[in-house]
Design a protein around this ligand. Structure first.
Ligand code: 13P
Length: 249
């Protein structure tokens, strides 16, 4: 179902005490909102985050997972481990996983497949690099990322997919895609899905924007018709900034 979503990707930030403190502040300041609000702390703090948020509408989600059910994969985490601690949504395909940990479309397709098989929701991240945009290849790069990781899925899987368009050049750089650039790409994403599947699926999927979203630009980005919310990095680590972004939706 297409819903508004504001999610905070905390990346490799905050120890357990800091996680609990930030979540306690966030839960106390959470405004009334139609949006789903999610936070993705680092693995070791997921259980603590869930305990801290008991009774709050804020959902705890994971930043990554492995595609295998279990086995000799040192340092990895499985879908079942996440489900066991009541996590039902996982971010997959973040550009930092692609760039620093060698996650390619093939690996991501497997991860997406496993998560969906386990009935988890997937927040699938993708987006072009600066050179792609400069050379005018951004649409074809995004189309290929979607096609290679997602378009073998049956139509029925799409109810559990959330998309997050994150142009790599806008992540952590202070450089935001303009609201017009975001809208243009989000409309293209829906058109691409409509061609591969149908307009009903294209219109029901939530498409978030990520990349230097802040209180000062959130409202304008979220006002675009094909932008259903945001995946927030740096600004989600400061309670007042994240709350201001939630209020902007
Ligand atoms: P920033 O908001 O820090 O640019 O990070 C965006 C992001 O990568 C969220 O996943």
């Amino acid at each position: 179902m297409r819903s508004k979503i504001v999610a905070g990707n905390w990346k490799m930030n905050k120890n357990l005490a800091e996680t609990e403190a930030l979540l306690t502040e966030l839960a106390a300041k959470l405004p009334d909102t139609e949006a789903e609000v999610m936070v993705a702390p680092t693995y070791v703090n997921l259980s603590g985050a869930i305990r801290t948020l008991e009774g709050s509408a804020i959902q705890v989600i994971a930043q990554n997972m492995h595609f295998a059910d279990s086995g000799a994969y040192t340092g990895e985490i499985s879908a079942d481990m996440l489900i066991h601690i009541r996590i039902d949504t996982v971010i997959l395909g973040h550009s930092e996983r692609r760039a620093y940990f060698g996650e390619d479309d093939e690996i991501l397709a497997k991860k997406v497949g496993t998560a969906l098989e386990k009935n988890m929701r997937v927040m699938f991240c993708f987006g072009e690099e600066l050179e792609d945009r400069k050379s005018g290849n951004h649409f074809s790069v995004v189309e290929a990322q979607l096609k290679n990781a997602l378009f073998d899925l049956p139509s029925s899987a799409w109810g559990n997919i959330i998309l997050a368009y994150e142009p790599v050049w806008a992540i952590g750089t202070g450089e935001t895609a303009s609201p017009e650039q975001a809208q243009e790409m989000h409309a293209f994403i829906r058109k691409t899905i409509a061609e591969a599947y149908d307009t009903a699926i294209a219109n029901q999927v939530s498409v978030l924007y990520g990349g230097s979203v802040k209180p000062s630009n959130a409202e304008e980005i979220f006002s675009k018709p094909d932008v259903d919310g945001g995946l927030i990095g740096g600004a989600s680590l400061v309670a007042d900034d994240f709350v201001a972004i939630i209020k902007a939706i």
